[in-house]
Design a protein around this ligand. Structure first.
Ligand code: NAP
Length: 279
């Protein structure tokens, strides 16, 4: 039986510390405020927005929503972002993505002042994750993986760390963050042949699975000393949420594992809110 890396338990303790910091800000007359920018009514965006608003309410953080029509012009969207950059009462922004196809997302996301970039959407924030320079914030999901490992005292230094997935949102940044923690890091992706993927997994002490493919990590990839962090969010045949790991098969084999739900996803909005509270 694996140790369960419990994201809800971690988030509860983390949030309590955040609330103390927020109360100190109130005493200084500061009301921490997050902007949430959404274009259109994408169900995935609405779900993420709901999660962020609930967390903000729980912590005592004010939310300002910027809701734009799906057919907003790029100029108007950029004007919204610039107004947020200039508004001293908005301390950071969550911009829900992807944006509609008529918008040049690369151009738009880079208009945000990187100091207000809570989820690492600007190239400047990402560059800092890659160079290790100070300033800006890492992507919340990648940070959630690292914070869970640290909280559960899982040694990263020198360990054989495997990341499955190479997206700019999770795979690449989490690999860089593991490297910063002195892990020995390998990345696999959709072009990695299955036999090599199995071989890499078998050798890995820590596996971060972020492929967005249900049950991609199976029992033949697992071993008893391994820690498995499952980032995936999928829906199974019964319509229930599941990760990228075949949890039923893998959990009895490995040393520690995150469940889905209740693992990485439970920590992400706490990371997001912590980026507002820098004092
Ligand atoms: P993405 O942009 O689709 O990237 C998926 C990555 O996985 C790609 O690099 C892809 O390789 C790789 N991949 C796909 N199939 C593979 C296979 N069979 N073997 C090995 N690698 C494979 O997805 P993402 O945005 O990184 O998200 C990954 C997952 O995390 C999704 O399920 C998403 O819903 C979830 N997620 C969770 C949270 C959270 O808070 N828990 C937050 C955001 C996202 P190529 O590059 O070769 O295509």
């Amino acid at each position: 039986m694996a140790k369960i890396i419990d994201g809800k338990e971690f988030a509860k303790a983390f949030d309590e510390k955040l609330i103390n910091k927020i109360e100190n800000l109130y005493l200084k007359g500061i009301m921490p405020t997050i902007g949430i920018l959404r274009v259109g009514e994408n169900p995935g965006d609405l779900a993420y927005e709901r999660g962020a608003v609930n967390k903000a309410n729980k912590l005592g953080i004010k939310v300002e929503k910027y809701i734009c029509e799906n057919d907003i012009s790029m100029e108007d969207l950029i004007a919204v972002i610039k107004s947020i950059n200039e508004n001293d009462e908005i301390h950071g922004l969550l911009m829900l993505r992807p944006l509609p196809p008529h918008i040049d997302e690369d151009l738009v996301r880079n208009q945000l002042d990187f100091r207000k970039d809570l989820d690492c959407i600007t190239d400047l924030s990402l560059a800092n994750v890659f160079t290790g320079a100070e300033g800006g914030f890492p992507p919340c999901t990648a940070e959630a993986c690292i914070e869970l490992l640290k909280h559960y005292n899982i040694e990263i230094v020198g360990k054989n760390c495997l990341v499955i997935g190479r997206s700019t949102v999770i795979g690449k940044p989490v690999a860089m963050m593991l490297l910063k923690e002195n892990g020995t890091v390998t990345i696999c992706h959709s072009r990695t042949p299955k036999d090599i993927l199995i071989e890499m997994c078998k050798k890995a002490d820590i596996v971060i699975v972020a492929a967005g493919k249900r049950a991609i990590f199976t029992k033949e990839m697992a071993h008893k000393n391994q820690v498995v962090i499952d980032v995936g969010i999928n829906v199974n045949d019964e319509g229930k949420l599941c990760g990228d790991v075949d949890y039923k098969e893998v959990e009895p084999i490995v040393a520690a594992i995150t469940p889905v739900p209740g693992g990485v996803g439970s920590v992400t909005t706490s990371m997001l809110m912590s980026h507002l509270i820098t004092e």
